[in-house]
Design a protein around this ligand. Structure first.
Ligand code: SAH
Ligand code: SF4
Length: 355
C-alpha cells in the first residue's frame, strides 16, 4: 500500500490478526470478537462497539486509522436493473481510482462479481477494462471490502447473504495472484464471511504459469478460462495474451489443472457476430475441447466504445449452444441480466469517464 495509507484490516487473515494482537500484548482470543464484528455484523464503526473486551477496545482505539484502516469503499454510483435484482456499484478507492462490483440477487444463488485490479494490462480488444489499460493491482483488503459492501447491500434489501463469488469484474485475477488468493482465503474463512471455496470462481484470460501454480498449490477454487477463439490466429486477434501463451500451451495447462485438482474447467466464450459465432466455430471448439473435462459458458458480446463488433442474435447463441451440447459438453448462455445497467466489466466506469 502507498506511503501514509494505513494497512486495511480487511486484508488480514484470521491468523495474522491473532499474531498481530499477540505482538501488541493483547490476548489473541479477542481476535474472534473483532472478526465477528467485521464479517458477521459488517461493522463499519469498530470504535463504537460496546461488546469488545477492554483490551480489545483499547487496541482498536490505538490502531484504527493509524496502523490499520477500515476505510470502506465509497459508493460513487449504484445502478440497479429494471427487475431490481442486479446491482452495479461503482466504488471509489482511497487514491480516487474506481472499480466495479456487481451483486446479483437471484433466489438461491446470490452472487457477487468482484474486481481484482483497477484497469487491466491484458488488452483484450472487446473489453472495456482492457481498453482503459492497467492502473494498479487491488490489495487483498480492497477485494475483501467489495464482498463486505455486497453483504451490506443484501442485508439492507432484506435478502440472504452472498453464496457465490466470481472474479469476473475488472482486471485479470491471476496477474494479481497473491492478493487475490489472500482475499479468497479471508472471505472463505468459516468464522467470517464463510463463502465456501467451491462457490468461488476465478476467471482468467489464460496466464499459464499461474494456472499451473493454482493446481500445484491445490487452491480450492473453481477455474474459468476465457477462450473466445479456437485457433491461435483468431484468438490472438482478440486476446493479445495468446501470443505469449498460445492455445496448445494453455490447454496443456488446463489438462494439468483438471488432472491435479479433479475439477472441471468452465471455458468462457464471448460470441461476436460473424467472428466466432457460427455453427462451424462451435464444431471446431467441440473438437478442440475433446477429452477435456469442460463446461462451456457462452456470453453474447456487450458492445463497447473501443470495439467494432456486433452482438449476435439469441438464435445464433442458442444454435452454438446446441452444437456444443451435441459434442457432449454442458453449455450455458450467460444471461445479460445487467444489460440495462451497463453490464460488461468496466463499462460503468467507462461511461462515467466519457461524461
Ligand atoms: N480477466 C478475466 C476476468 C474478467 S473478464 C478474464 O478475462 O477471464 C470476465 C469475462 O467477461 C471474460 O470471459 C471476458 O472475456 C468477458 N468479457 C469482457 N468484456 C466483454 C464484453 N464486452 N462482452 C462480453 N464479454 C466480455
Ligand atoms: Fe482483462 Fe479480462 Fe478484460 Fe481481458 S477480458 S482485458 S483479461 S479484464
Amino acid at each position: 500500500m502507498s506511503a501514509g495509507i494505513p494497512e486495511s484490516l480487511y486484508g488480514l487473515s484470521f491468523s495474522a490478526l491473532e499474531k498481530r494482537l499477540l505482538r501488541d500484548d493483547v490476548n489473541p482470543v479477542h481476535a474472534r470478537s473483532l472478526w465477528r464484528a467485521l464479517y458477521r455484523d459488517l461493522e463499519a464503526n469498530l470504535g463504537t462497539r460496546t461488546d469488545f473486551s477492554p483490551p480489545l477496545a483499547r487496541w482498536v482505539a490505538a490502531n484504527l486509522g493509524r496502523t490499520f484502516g477500515l476505510e470502506g469503499l465509497v459508493i460513487r454510483q449504484h445502478v440497479e436493473s429494471s427487475d431490481a435484482r442486479t446491482h452495479k456499484l461503482l466504488l471509489g478507492l482511497h487514491d480516487a481510482q474506481e472499480i466495479e462490483t456487481v451483486v446479483m440477487a437471484y433466489p438461491g444463488r446470490h452472487t457477487a462479481c468482484l474486481s481484482t485490479q483497477a484497469g487491466c494490462a491484458m488488452g483484450c480488444v472487446f473489453c472495456a477494462t482492457g481498453q482503459m489499460g492497467f492502473v494498479r493491482h487491488l490489495t487483498s483488503g480492497e477485494i475483501v471490502a467489495q464482498v463486505v459492501e455486497g453483504q451490506r447491500l443484501l442485508r439492507e434489501m432484506g435478502e440472504p447473504p452472498l453464496r457465490n463469488l466470481v472474479m469476473m469484474g475488472m482486471g485479470e485475477p491471476l496477474h494479481n495472484y497473491d492478493e487475490v488468493m489472500q482475499a479468497l482465503a479471508i472471505v472463505s474463512d468459516r468464522g467470517g464471511l464463510n463463502i465456501g471455496p467451491n462457490r468461488i470462481t476465478v476467471s482468467t484470460v489464460g496466464l499459464v504459469p499461474a494456472i499451473l501454480r493454482m493446481a500445484q498449490e491445490a487452491q480450492p477454487y473453481h477455474l474459468a478460462v476465457s477462450l473466445h477463439g479456437m485457433n491461435d490466429e483468431e484468438r490472438s486477434a482478440l486476446l493479445p495474451v495468446n501470443r505469449r501463451w498460445p492455445l496448445a500451451e494453455l490447454l496443456d495447462a488446463c489438462r494439468v489443472y483438471i488432472e491435479t485438482t479433479g475439477r472441471r474447467i468452465v471455458f468462457g466464450w464471448t460470441l461476436i457476430e460473424g467472428r466466432n459465432d457460427s455453427p462451424e466455430h462451435a464444431r471446431r471448439l467441440g473438437r478442440l475441447l475433446s477429452g477435456i473435462h469442460a463446461h462451456v459458458n457462452l456470453i453474447r458480446l456487450n458492445p463497447t466504445q473501443g470495439f467494432d463488433g456486433t452482438t449476435p442474435a439469441n438464435a445464433a447463441a442458442d444454435a452454438f449452444r446446441d452444437v456444443i451440447r451435441d459434442a457432449g459438453f454442458p453449455c450455458t448462455i450467460r444471461q445479460h441480466r445487467g444489460i440495462d445497467v451497463a453490464a460488461g466489466c468496466g463499462q460503468l466506469r467507462a461511461v462515467g469517464k466519457r461524461r
